[in-house]
Design a protein around this ligand. Structure first.
Ligand SMILES: [Zn+2]
Length: 115
């Protein structure tokens, strides 16, 4: 346990340590799967917490909680986001409409969808 999640306040557990020339970087994950990167200097003085947005690009809509999705997206949008990620036929219009809601979804749940 190395701190608290900046999104949901639950405990962060460290996943990996990286050493660079100037600092230590520790990746961590909370119970709700939010990811963070914590920077320390070489003397282990805390510098800052960063959210790992880039790792979230791998998020698969099919794996997300359906109630979370339903609170923002319509069933047709959810179906086509999943189809698009799985390389199956989808309606372009539904993806466009869903894109307009990604920010709202990220604000509510701290999860960034990129399709
Ligand atoms: Zn969290």
């Amino acid at each position: 346990m190395i701190g608290f999640c900046g999104i949901c306040d639950s405990e962060l557990e460290s996943l990996a340590y990286y050493s660079t020339d100037r600092e230590w970087l520790i990746s961590a994950r909370c119970k709700k799967e939010h990811l963070a990167l914590i920077r320390y200097d070489k003397e282990w003085n805390w510098q800052e917490d960063l959210h790992l947005e880039f790792i979230k690009e791998d998020i698969r809509v099919a794996d997300l909680d359906r109630e979370m999705l339903n609170s923002v997206f319509t069933p047709a949008e959810i179906r086509d986001m999943i189809a698009c990620q799985q390389g199956k036929p989808y309606t372009r219009q539904n993806i466009y409409r869903a894109r307009g809601k990604y920010q709202k979804f990220e604000k509510l749940f701290g999860i960034k969808i990129e399709i």
